[in-house]
Design a binder for this molecule. Sequence first.
Ligand SMILES: [Zn+2]
Ligand SMILES: [Zn+2]
Length: 199
Amino acid sequence: MDAHDRTRNRAAVEGNSPVAPQDEDALLARASSYASTVDIAVDLDAVSWEISDRAKRRAGVCLYDGDGSVTIRLTWDAYQSYGWTEFTDVIRHELVHAWEFQQYGESDHGERFRRKADEVGASRHCRTFAEPRVRLRCTDDDCGWTADRHRASTVVTDPADRRCGTCGARYLVEHVETGERWETKNEYENARERIGDEW
Ligand SMILES: [Zn+2]
Ligand SMILES: [Zn+2]
C-alpha cells in the first residue's frame, strides 16, 4: 500500500472521502461502509439500509422487526442539506437505536441511549431537518430576498398587500414541494386546491 492509498483509506474510514455520494445508491453504500467503522456493537449483518426520498422532517429513522433485524432509513433531502460529514451524525444516531433494539428489544432517547450516543459522538436527539413548506421570493430580480415559512399564516395566504422585507417590492409565495406559486389570496386558493394532499 503506498502513501496515497493509505490516505485514501483513512479518508474513507473517517467518512471524509473527498467525493461525497452523488446519488442514492452511493449514499447507501457509503452509509453501510461508514457504519462498520463506528465503534458500537451492532450486528450489521442484520441491518438493512434504505433511502427515503419522501420524508420531510426526520433525517433518519430506525425500524425494528422484533427479532434482531433492523432497518435504517435515511432521508435523501437531509443528506442534501447537511452534506456527508454532518450526515454521518445521523448514521451514528440511528446506529445507537439499532444497538438498543438489538440488545434490549426497544429504543428511545433515554439515559441508556444518551450514554451510548455520547460514546460514539452521536447527537442525543433524532435530527429533524424541516424543509420549509413555502418560500417567499421578492419579485424584483435584483433583490434576491427570500424567506422560509412553515405555516399558512396570512403572509402566505394573502401576500398581495405585503412587501419584500428588503426592498419593499411585491413578493410571490412558492410551495416548495410542488413549485406552485401565487401572489394573491385568490391565486393562493386556486394553488391550494391543485396542491391538495401534497400541501
Ligand atoms: Zn432518535
Ligand atoms: Zn426585494
